[in-house]
Design a protein around this ligand. Structure first.
Ligand code: ATP
Ligand code: MG
Length: 401
């Protein structure tokens, strides 16, 4: 509505706009987004089952080498499928990060070893770690993904071979430097991945971080690598920049804020729990409505010595919680058909205030936040590998209530 003066007389102009079509389109878009998420969630459940049984099978099959090898192939393919789903979803949403304080150098040493195995021998890897670089607070698995994506891009840029340099350095940014990178002034850990490959022109550089920007053919690149990298770096409170000269090479610098708290120990929390002789005890209440995941989780936990009580719904879990049975941990899906995982845990607190909970889900962050699961809550992303399940369960059971 607006006031006008027309032919010397005051008028009111009322504009009516039919937004039916616009609305319908919004609703349709929203619905397809929900469907995509649901599909990804179902797919993650299936992959969890595939990977889990592969792991159990390979223990049964120790003497049959050919069968073991075939199982390993299935496992690998499922792992790649999981990574791809993850990548497809990652750039369009914010993930739940699981930040901890860790040192960058050991992470790079680990990647150095892994990349040597992964890349062909015409690609040399140079490690240039500065031991003064401070610990950072971030999700080590996600920072690993950053290094991996940058290293794979470097490899692709050097079809005839060359050198990838992984480097760290401590950096203190003054007001001006920080402002130019959209950061706060202070201490940062710089993580660089450089190559001496084909480089990029200014045009490519200007689209670098856009989702689906790729110069590779469809079978090789989705154009999601750097979009994912940017998302992770920004969510970790850092920044990234790229310098490149056509024909001379490319260098990416990532800056992560240095943590003020002391290190949580270990490069990335792995290692100790890999011990195959490790055996646990205690009863775990597993709440999961997807039967195949429930059965698998039970088999995996029992193989490590835990006792398992199954509950396919929140209500059945509450009945068990109300009974006098000892429970060391509540391992629950976040989204259940009746009571959500978090509500279940809150209600359980009425009878068992010290009950520890570990939430698991194949859903994306938006859904989890809506369900009241906060960043930093004990959380297991589906699809999980047996190692991830064992490690997380052991970690949460070990924390003091
Ligand atoms: N180190 C590099 N040297 C030269 N060009 C690069 C380098 N890193 C990225 N690029 C360019 O940026 C584009 C986008 O990279 P990005 O990692 O986002 O996608 P991609 O590698 O093409 O596909 P994906 O990572 O999804 O498999 C690449 O296609 C390439 O043209
Ligand atoms: Mg890439």
């Amino acid at each position: 509505m607006s006031g006008r003066r027309l032919a010397g007389r005051a008028m009111v102009l009322l504009t009516l706009d039919d937004i039916t079509a616009h609305r319908a389109m919004e609703v349709a878009l929203h619905r397809s987004e929900e469907q995509r998420r649901q599909a990804a969630h179902d797919f993650n459940n299936l992959l969890t089952v595939v990977v889990g049984y592969c792991s159990l099978l390979s223990h049964t099959l120790v003497d049959d080498h050919e069968a073991c090898e075939q199982v390993a192939h299935i496992e690998q393919a499922a792992g790649r499928a999981a990574a791809l789903t993850e990548q497809l979803l990652a750039f369009s949403r914010r993930k739940i990060l699981q930040p901890k304080v860790f040192a960058l150098n050991p992470l790079l040493v680990e990647f150095d070893r892994m990349l040597r195995r992964l890349l062909d021998e015409r690609i040399r890897i140079r490690l240039d770690c500065d031991f003064e670089v401070g610990a950072v607070r971030a999700d080590p698995a996600e920072i690993g993904r950053v290094v991996m994506n940058l290293a794979l891009n470097a490899r692709d840029a050097m079809p005839g071979g060359g050198t990838i340099t992984l480097a760290t350095a401590p950096i203190v940014m003054d007001d001006e430097q920080a402002a130019s990178r959209d950061l706060r002034p202070g201490a940062y850990a710089q993580l660089s991945v450089a190559d001496d490959g084909i480089g990029m022109d200014a045009e490519a550089r200007s689209h670098l971080f856009e989702p689906f920007f790729t110069t590779k053919d469809v079978s090789r690149g989705a154009g999601l690598g750097l979009a994912t990298v940017l998302g992770i770096v920004q969510q970790s409170g850092g920044a990234i920049a790229c310098e490149s000269t056509p024909g001379r090479g490319t260098r990416f610098d990532v800056w992560l804020p240095v943590a003020s708290e002391p290190s949580d120990g270990g490069a990335n929390g792995a290692g100790a729990t890999r011990d195959p002789a490790w055996h646990a005890s205690g009863t775990i209440l597993v709440v999961e409505d997807e039967e195949s995941v429930l059965r698998l989780t039970r088999a995996l936990l029992e193989s490590r010595g835990y006792s398992v009580i199954e509950a396919p719904s929140g209500q059945q879990a509450l009945d068990i919680i109300a009974s006098p049975v000892a429970i060391a941990l509540l391992l629950t899906d976040v989204v259940l058909p009746d009571i959500g995982g978090r509500d279940l845990w809150l209600r359980a607190a009425a009878t068992r205030p010290a009950l520890k909970a570990l939430f698991m889900s194949g859903h994306t962050e938006d859904v989890l936040l809506r369900e009241g699961i906060e960043q930093g809550a004990p959380f297991l992303q589906k699809p999980f590998t047996p190692d991830e399940l064992w490690r997380k369960v052991r970690e949460v059971v070990a924390t003091s209530a």
